[in-house]
Ligand binder design. Structure first.
Ligand SMILES: [Zn+2]
Length: 545
């Protein structure tokens, strides 16, 4: 899922030309990593040949390390700087993350939860772990229902064509787990504004039988924009359905006529067809409405399968000397289907997988076990990570931390703590060796983006990898979330950041902090403004522990 709001993280990049999203890899790199945000690492945006030279030098330096010092890594607490150098060196020189991502995106592609592609992705990840020597790598199965299949979705303006051969098609696309229309329908188009106080600008009776183009007003007090937006969108859908509306048309915030898809706040079934409408088409419809009544035709053919489907998380352990204690590093492998799910969240999967391979190959030893977790079903209300919590409920007091990556393959800056101020000092101490690497910044903010939500609800110390601002939101859940947009060096840096952070946290003598009680979690979610968002998906029973 990652960021779910339109325009939530783009402020620093407003001036970037929209056409820039079709430029070369080097130009992408400069765009996503502008020098003013990364002066110390400017050299990484040089030409590929210079990068290769730099890598060769780095590799040479690594190979110059005496063989004897490698064997020292077998002992816990061997020179931590030495281990860190080798972790970063391996992450930055092997190219393992980007090559796995290419296999995931080009041989499997988009991976909707419950689909054959999702099954294939789980098998690809398991094989990669086994090939890397993780004999304990395994599936953890869970059930889900219903599954959903996207069908064709078309829309066009009908009152323009009555006396004319002209047919004005509209760019629309379904939200996930949204029902279709019952065949082709021709309905009036009306607009409505949903305000932050939960009200609609029109009498519900006027919405019956209509396609409703919505404006969601966030209100000035919204301080957790993404969560508040999803809560409002979900509430508005329920209001429109109970008013008898035929479909909810949600203007896309994406550039270049791109559509958005999501299942946030509507799994297991949206209460009515929820359709993304391209920004350009929204403007066109508003121009028509300003001149008079508008009727549109809709034909959306999504289907549900109510039978129980099986999904699988993939888990592998690097055992520690106190193996009952665990530091989890995870990412979700399911994705949306309009594209390849390359950045959301193929990049997270590739970075976690490569972090696992790096730590395994260097024979790194830690006190706590480092557990690599690849979750399915994140886009459907964190199904996989919630299944993990249910399966491992008796071990959660010993889960020292859950580290999640789901913010895209961009230069890492540090980790967010989702409101857990009490963990800040300990995390700062653990990550201090990462300061020169540039990924030791700690944010105590509360926004929940991904499977981090599951671990926060369970009271477990939960960290999310934070990255530099970018145009990630433009690509997120759209047709251009494809492999070519991923910067390999940024992905390597993410890999190194995950490997280092898990190493430092797992090799400490003490847990990062304690697990919160249900009451403390409740207070935390209220403090950080995430309560309503969590309540969309999590049952009361799940919040009790
Ligand atoms: Zn995601």
């Amino acid at each position: 899922m990652a960021t779910v709001s339109p325009t939530s993280k783009r402020a620093a990049f407003e001036s970037i030309s929209k056409s820039a999203i079709y430029k070369s890899k080097d130009e992408f790199y400069r765009m996503y990593n502008p020098p003013e945000l990364w002066p110390a690492e400017k050299e990484l945006s040089v030409s590929p040949s210079k990068t290769i030279c730099r890598r060769v030098v780095l590799l040479f330096l690594i190979l110059m390390v005496p063989v004897g010092s490698f064997s020292q890594s077998n002992q816990r607490n061997a020179n931590p700087n030495d281990i860190a150098e080798r972790i970063v060196g391996a992450a930055m020189t092997r190219g393992g993350a980007i090559s796995f991502l290419e296999a995931l995106t080009d041989t499997v592609g988009g991976r909707v939860t419950g689909s054959p592609e999702s099954q294939a992705a789980a098998e690809l990840i398991l094989k990669a772990l086994r090939d890397a020597g993780f004999d304990n790598a395994h599936f953890e199965e869970f059930s889900m229902s219903p599954t959903w299949r996207r069908g064709p979705a078309s829309a066009w303006v009908v009152n323009q064509v009555k006396q004319s051969p002209v047919k004005q098609s509209l760019f629309i696309g379904s939200y996930g787990w949204s029902p279709g229309t019952q065949g082709r329908v021709e309905v009036p188009l009306v607009t409505v504004t949903a305000t932050a106080d939960g009200k609609l600008s029109k009498n519900p009776a006027s919405l019956s039988g209509a396609a409703v183009l919505v404006t969601i007003e966030m209100g000035a007090s919204a301080n957790t924009f993404a969560a508040d937006y999803v809560v409002m969108r979900s509430r508005t859908a329920r209001q429109l359905a109970s008013a008898g509306a035929v479909a909810m048309l949600i203007p896309s915030e994406k550039p270049d006529r791109m559509l958005y898809t999501s299942g946030a706040g509507i799994y297991p079934r949206a209460p009515l067809p929820m359709l993304s409408v391209a920004k350009e088409d929204t403007l066109y419809l508003r121009r028509l409405l300003a001149k008079g009544d508008v009727h549109i035709a809709l034909d959306v053919q999504n289907t549900f399968d109510e039978s129980q489907a099986k999904e699988r998380n993939v888990i592998a352990d690097l055992p520690g000397s106190s193996p009952e204690n665990v530091v989890l590093v995870g990412a979700h492998f399911d994705s949306w289907d309009p594209a390849q799910g390359a950045d959301d969240n193929g990049s997270g999967v590739a970075a976690v997988l490569e972090a696992a391979r790096v730590l395994k190959s260097l024979n790194v030893k830690t006190k706590a076990t480092i557990r690599f977790a690849f979750f399915s079903g994140e886009e459907q209300a964190c199904l996989g990570s919630r299944a993990y919590i249910a399966t491992h409920k008796n071990e959660l007091d010993h889960l020292w931390a859950a580290i999640i990556m789901d913010n895209g393959a961009l230069r890492p800056t540090g980790f967010s703590l989702h409101g857990r101020d009490d963990l800040e000092a300990a995390l700062k101490q653990r990550l201090s060796p990462m300061s020169p690497f540039g990924a030791a910044n700690i944010l105590t903010g509360g926004d929940l983006y991904s499977d981090d939500e599951t671990f926060v609800v369970a009271g477990v110390p939960s960290l999310s990898l934070e990255v530099v601002p970018s145009d990630y939101d433009n690509r997120h859940h759209t047709i251009i979330d494809t492999f070519d947009k991923i910067d390999p060096q940024a992905l390597d840096l993410d890999t190194a950041a995950l490997a280092l952070a898990s190493y430092y946290i797992a090799n400490a003598d003490q847990p990062l902090g304690r697990r919160l009680s249900s009451q403390e979690v409740d207070r935390l979610l209220k403090k950080t403004g995430q309560s309503e968002y969590v309540d969309l998906d999590f049952s009361t029973a799940e919040k009790q522990h």
